[in-house]
Design a protein around this ligand. Structure first.
Ligand SMILES: NC(=O)C1=CN([C@@H]2O[C@H](COP(=O)(O)OP(=O)(O)OC[C@H]3O[C@@H](n4cnc5c(N)ncnc54)[C@H](OP(=O)(O)O)[C@@H]3O)[C@@H](O)[C@H]2O)C=CC1
Ligand SMILES: O=C(O)C1=N[C@H](C(=O)O)C[C@H](O)C1
Length: 257
């Protein structure tokens, strides 16, 4: 059976790749695309960019089963609400969501639809989060710094992937202090340091550095292209189409949890 997929942010860096990726599979079909730019323009296969204000109506008329959303935080909150009310399952890739926005999204989804929500859909980063958890357990007491680098057009900092790394590291070390960048006088404390670089067209680099007496270990992931994210998100869309209501991680899609 074909899974009918709609994409929000269809004209964006990720949206365009997601549409290409959907087109590679006979069991998937793009049935709608939404963006603020290029409304009315063709997306291929007889599908045209729709205005997000028409989301409810177009989701209904297109028979979409899954909405993949890679847009911006406020847009995602609204898109999730509308899709969940119509029984459309979700794959959410947008990062930079505030805690209240996360709670609102969870409230919209609860008991209605299945949603995969992940700040990073690459297989490598999902392993990276597990590796840093193991390292933090083994290297007890070591200083920890999280360093990420992205392209100059990225809106949020630190990245969603780095924020998830901090959550994982804080969970295993019990360290709740986080210092973003450093400036001026003062010794390092027991915090997790976080540093965000924004430059050129860097796709996405993440490093966690553990340093102790006489040694350091760095665990690093580098995305060479956005294809790794698009492949993972489309895999999640196929998976979530038949999932029972609830919020899932990419690790669950990959069968790791
Ligand atoms: N989870 C993951 O694996 C990954 C997550 N991301 C995240 O995905 C998000 C998008 O990234 P990227 O594609 O690079 O960004 P882009 O800015 O290239 O694309 C986002 C697109 O969404 C459009 N948009 C804004 N509001 C709406 C709306 N209400 N409905 C439909 N479309 C809308 C934007 O229009 P306009 O430009 O006019 O605002 C833009 O065309 C970011 O939060 C990024 O951090 C990115 C890569 C991987
Ligand atoms: O905006 C991006 O480009 C990316 N965003 C995600 C994040 O914030 O972690 C994932 C990836 O690093 C690319």
């Amino acid at each position: 059976m074909t899974v009918r997929i709609a994409v929000a942010g269809s004209r964006g860096r990720m949206g365009q790749l997601l549409i290409e990726e959907i087109g590679r599979f006979e069991d998937l079909s793009l049935v709608a695309g939404f963006d603020l730019v290029g409304v009315g323009e063709p997306l291929g296969g007889g599908v045209f960019v729709s205005d997000p204000r028409d989301l409810a109506e177009v989701l209904r008329s297109s028979g979409a089963q899954v909405l993949i959303d890679f847009t911006a935080p406020a847009a995602t909150v609204e898109n999730v609400r509308v899709a969940a009310d119509r029984g459309v399952n979700l794959v959410v890739g947008t990062t930079g969501l505030s805690d209240p926005q996360r709670r609102e999204i969870a409230g919209s989804i609860e008991g209605k639809v299945a949603a995969v929500i992940s700040p990073n859909y690459s297989v490598g980063v999902n392993l990276f989060w597990r590796l840093i958890e193991d390292a933090a357990i083994s290297l007890e007491g070591y200083d920890i710094e999280v360093i990420e680098a992205h392209h100059r057009k990225k809106m949020d900092a630190p990245s969603g992937t780095a924020a998830e790394a901090v959550r994982v590291l804080a969970g295993v070390t019990g360290r709740d202090a986080v210092v973003y960048g450093r400036e001026g006088q003062g010794l390092r404390g027991d915090e997790i340091g976080v540093h965000a670089v924004r430059a050129g067209d860097i796709v996405g680099d993440h490093t966690v550095l553990f340093a102790g007496p006489g040694e350091r270990l760095e665990i690093k992931h580098q995305a060479h292209s956005r294809q790794a994210f698009a492949t993972g998100a489309v895999r999640a869309a196929r998976w979530v189409a038949s999932a029972t209501p609830g919020i899932y991680t990419m690790a669950e899609v990959l069968g790791e949890r």
